[in-house]
Design a protein around this ligand. Structure first.
Ligand code: HEM
Length: 484
C-alpha cells in the first residue's frame, strides 16, 4: 500500500525528486527519460479549457432551495412541490463581456445561473440580474456580443461599435436604460435580484399549462456602487465581488433570495397588449402579481474553483417535467447555443462531471466519447428497443403539445414599441436617479466616433421620454434631431 504522504506521479508511482530535473551530468542537458518532468510540464500546458465566450469571469456557491408556498396548481415540477421541501443547488454569478481575469465592478449585466439538483433530474435557470435583454432574436446575438468584446484591430473596447449596434437595434433601449442606471453596477453579487428573463411554461399534474416568469428577490436588499467607487475598486481589487461572496459564506453570512413567479394563463398570450414572449419587455406586476414559491440560500463555498465553477455547465434547455419552454425567439436559440458551447468548452461528457451530474442518476443508451471516466454503462444493455429490461420512456413525462400555425418564414415580432417601457422606467426614477442615468449615458457615449450614431441614439431616448432625450443631447453638446 502506497504511503499517501508520498508524492506520486499521475500514474501513482512514488516520485523520487520533485525539485531537480534529471540531467546528463550535473551541468549537462535535461534527459528525456525524466518522464515525471515531461508529464508535469505537459499537463501544465493543458491546464486551461477555453473560457466561456461570454460570462467568462464568475464566482460560484452551493446552497439549497426550500419551498415556502404551494404552487402545485401551476406546476408538477418536483422541486417546487411540497411545503418545506429542500433541493440542493449550485449558482454561478458572472459579468458578461470581460475575460476570465477582468474586473468585477464594471458596468455590465450580471449572470445569475442556478442549477437545481432535483429528484427528477437537473433544472437550470440561466438568467441575469435584469428582467429584460438587449435583443429579442438569437440571430442577432453574435453581432451584439462582437460589439461588447474587443475591437479586432486595436484589441480595445469599442464604444462606437457598442452604440452603433444599440442605436440600430432600438429594441435594446429598455435594457440599455437599466444598464446605465444605478443598477448597472451592483454593490456585490449578494445585493442584486435575479431573473429568468424569458417566459417559460409551467405544467401541472392535470396537464394544464401556464406561462411563467421567475424573479429572485435579494433578501440582502438592492445596493449599487457609484461609478467612481467602482472604478477605484476595479483598480485596487478587481476580484471584489468574487471575494465578497466567498468571505460572506465563509463567515456564515449566508446570502438568500426569495423566489417569486408571475403566472399568465396560456390564452392571455394571444391578447396581451404586447407579445409576452418578447424578452425586451416586462409583464406588468399589476396584471400578473408576484407569487412567492420559495427561498434560495447559499451556504457553502466550492472546494475547488476549476472543478466546480469553471467546469459547471448551465443551459436553459436543462429542464425537468413540469417546466417547458416558450416560443421566445431568444430562448429558442439558447436551447442550441449552451449545450453546443459545453461540448466544445468542457467536452462531450461534461454532464458526467461531478458538478454537472444529476444526483438521481442517469439511465440512457449514450456511451463512450472523450474522457468517459465513469463506468460508461458497464455491461448493461446499450441500445433501444431491447428485450433485456433496459430503461424505457415514460409517456406521462412527454411535453405538452403547443399548437402552431402560419408559414415557415423569417419574421420579426409584430410589435415594435421599443419606447413605452424604457420611458416608464425613466419616469419611475427619482430626480437624482435620472440625473445619474443621464450622466452615465453621456459619459459612455462621449467617445463615440460618429455624430450620426449619437444623434440616432438620442432620438431613441427622446422617443422614450422627451426629457430623457433632451438631457442626453445637452450633455453631449448636441440638439435632438427631428428624424435621422
Ligand atoms: C453564458 C450564449 C442570451 C445568460 C453563455 C454562453 C453562451 C451563451 C455560448 C457560454 C456557455 C458556456 O460556455 O458554458 C447565448 C446566446 C444568447 C444568450 C446565443 C441569445 C440567443 C442570454 C440571456 C441571458 C443569458 C438572454 C439571461 C437572461 C447567460 C449566463 C451565462 C451565459 C448567466 C453564464 C452561465 C454560467 O455561469 O456558466 N451564453 N446567451 N444569456 N449566458 Fe447567454
Amino acid at each position: 500500500m502506497a504511503n499517501n504522504k508520498h508524492l506520486t506521479t499521475s500514474w501513482g508511482a512514488p516520485v523520487g525528486d520533485n525539485q531537480n530535473s534529471m540531467t546528463a551530468g550535473s551541468r549537462g542537458p535535461t534527459l528525456i527519460q525524466d518522464v515525471h518532468l515531461l508529464e508535469k510540464l505537459a499537463h501544465f500546458n493543458r491546464e486551461r479549457v477555453p473560457e466561456r465566450v461570454v460570462h467568462a469571469k464568475g464566482a460560484g456557491a452551493h446552497g439549497y432551495f426550500e419551498v415556502t408556498n404551494d404552487v402545485s396548481n401551476y406546476t408538477k415540477a418536483d422541486l417546487f412541490n411540497g411545503l418545506g421541501k429542500q433541493t440542493p443547488l449550485f449558482i454561478r454569478f458572472s459579468t458578461v463581456a470581460g475575460e476570465n481575469g477582468s474586473a468585477d465592478t464594471v458596468r455590465d449585466p450580471r449572470g445569475f445561473a442556478v442549477k437545481f439538483y432535483t429528484e427528477e433530474g437537473n433544472y437550470d435557470i440561466v438568467g441575469n440580474n435584469t428582467p429584460v435583454f438587449f435583443i429579442r432574436d438569437a440571430i442577432k446575438f453574435p453581432d451584439f456580443i462582437h460589439t461588447q468584446k474587443r475591437d479586432p484591430q486595436t484589441h480595445l473596447k469599442n464604444p462606437t461599435a457598442v452604440w452603433d449596434f444599440w442605436s440600430l437595434s432600438p429594441e435594446s433601449l429598455h435594457q440599455v436604460s437599466i444598464l446605465m442606471s444605478d443598477r448597472g453596477i451592483p454593490a456585490t453579487f449578494r445585493h442584486m435580484h435575479g431573473f429568468g428573463s424569458h417566459t417559460f411554461k409551467w405544467v401541472n399534474k392535470a396537464g394544464e399549462g401556464f406561462w411563467v416568469k421567475y424573479h429572485f428577490k435579494t433578501e440582502q436588499g438592492v445596493k449599487n456602487l457609484s461609478p467612481d467607487l467602482a472604478a477605484k475598486l476595479a483598480g485596487e481589487n478587481p476580484d471584489y465581488h468574487t471575494e465578497d461572496l466567498f468571505n460572506a459564506i465563509e463567515k456564515g453570512e449566508h446570502p438568500s433570495w426569495r423566489l417569486c413567479v408571475q403566472i399568465m394563463p396560456l390564452e392571455d398570450a394571444n391578447t396581451y397588449r404586447f407579445d409576452p414572449f418578447d424578452v425586451t419587455k416586462v409583464w406588468s406586476q399589476k396584471d400578473y402579481p408576484l407569487i412567492e414559491v420559495g427561498r434560495m440560500v447559499l451556504n457553502k463555498n466550492p472546494e475547488n474553483y476549476f472543478a466546480e465553477v469553471e467546469q459547471a455547465t448551465f443551459s436553459p434547455g436543462t429542464l425537468v417535467p413540469g417546466v417547458e419552454v416558450s416560443p421566445d425567439k431568444m430562448l429558442q436559440g439558447r436551447l442550441f447555443a449552451y449545450a453546443d458551447a459545453h461540448r466544445y468548452r468542457v467536452g462531450a461528457n461534461h454532464q458526467a462531471l461531478p458538478i454537472n451530474a444529476p444526483k438521481n442518476g442517469v439511465h440512457n443508451y449514450q456511451r463512450d466519447g472523450q474522457m468517459r471516466f465513469d463506468s460508461n454503462g458497464g455491461r448493461s444493455v446499450y441500445y433501444e428497443p431491447n428485450s433485456f429490461d433496459g430503461p424505457q420512456e415514460s409517456p406521462e413525462n412527454k411535453q405538452t403539445p403547443y399548437p402552431v400555425e402560419g408559414n415557415a418564414d423569417a419574421v420579426g415580432y409584430d410589435h415594435h414599441d421599443h419606447y413605452t417601457q424604457a420611458g416608464d422606467l425613466y419616469r419611475l426614477l427619482t430626480k437624482d436617479e435620472r440625473t445619474r442615468l443621464v450622466h452615465n449615458v453621456v459619459e459612455a457615449m462621449k467617445p463615440v466616433a460618429l455624430e450620426k450614431i449619437k444623434l440616432r441614439q438620442i432620438q431613441h431616448f427622446y422617443k422614450a421620454d422627451p426629457e430623457y432625450g433632451t438631457r442626453v443631447a445637452e450633455g453631449l453638446g448636441l440638439s435632438v434631431p427631428q428624424e435621422v
